[in-house]
Design a protein around this ligand. Sequence first.
Ligand SMILES: [Ca+2]
Ligand SMILES: [Ca+2]
Length: 483
Amino acid sequence: MQKGLSLTLALLGSLAAAQTAPSLPSFEGQIIYQVMPDRFFDGNKNNNAGVDKANARAWHGGDLAGLTEKLPYIGKLGATAIWLTPIYAQQSKNSFDTAAYHGYWPADFRAVDPHFGTLADFSKLTGAAKTAGMKVVLDQVINHFGYEAAAVKQHPDWFHTQAQCDASGNKDTDCPLSGLPDLNQQVPAVRDLLLGNADFWRKQGVDGFRYDAIKHVDQAFLRSLLQKDRAAGTWTLGEWYDADSGTVADWQKAGFDSLFLFSLQAALKDSIMSGQSLTHIANVLSRQAEIPRQGEVALFLDNHDVPRFAQGTLFEDDAFSRTRYGLRALMTLRGVPVIWQGTEIALRGGPDPDNRRDMRFEDVWNANEKATFEVASNAITVRKASPALSTGELHLLSVPDALADDLLLFTRKKGDQTVLVAWHNGKARRSLSIPLKNLGLSAADQAVTTTLFAGQDAKVSVRGGYLHLSLPPKDASAFVLGK
Ligand SMILES: [Ca+2]
Ligand SMILES: [Ca+2]
């Protein structure tokens, strides 16, 4: 009896502990590859109704079968998760001379668009991803239906009216986004529909949801949605266009595991691709302490809604070399890197739809594309092999003002591993010696140590109270520091 009682008490104790410290869904240590299925790979010619590859606003034939076929390619790059833009059944008509190939004009949230395949194809994809050890993140639209969706006429009471929009104190949430029929999440049927959609897709075996346009969604509804996701162990990634560290912090506190840090993406483009000062990056990183779960924050060079990273320079050779710099830099940061299909080969393209050109695979790559992929896969390998780069804390070092435009230094630290990261924006190779005390770095003397990245000529040493650096132009490098 005594034994039974103590066992019960022990059980109650561990239950209480579990309740006070719930383990939150986490993607820390993952690397996500973003796919827009229509523009990725065509694995089934039988579902190509209306396909016109010469028209950037038409369907191009990519599908779930094609994505499943190309999972080994994504595995070769080193990504550990995929995020698919929406695959729901879409409005069949065009709007603004554009087909719903992108997936953001849903007509039925619980069916797969025939262009993408079937629910059985989705099940094959999640099964193959699981076998390959990859997680699956699915895009979820919770703000609107497509312009031409039948629901708009069938259920007018589900949508905000013009009068509601006009009278609203929060036009962001209660007025249409790009004129799209705007769901009123305070209507019980809408709430049930959207909460049910999450359950439906969860049952199909997804590990996470990327929620579209959260700035435009009723906040009370979002909180209840997030509560359900968290209880089910589903990782949540919110898209608040232009989010800075403060917005990411606010929404992590409200229940999102992650948001995209758009302010960092803008800084990466300005500093690395367009050659502006690295202080843009330092300014964003200096706010990291505001963010409760820094390791979950989604980091990216570009996505399907902004011009391609490689588009930020006029010159094609710079586009390749600076994309390699950007990919290495991205893999040194704290958070969850997200690579948009084609960025690993420096695909170019201006605003939508030019930023959604068809993916190019190995059989058609030129030498520059091949070299860029190799840098990307090596940088990912280096990150995954290093506990400090994968999940370690980030400490920004105080670079002297005179150097701050061209030099960014920080450490990543996990357990007993410390990695020193150096980004160098100068146009020529540079050797520097900086007093450790000015940097706020304590490090033991160490002999010349070479970079972790393959094919890169970068070195550091520590001697006489100085950090000595020898850095190639326009590149990011990483070094294991001795104890
Ligand atoms: Ca197809
Ligand atoms: Ca809305």
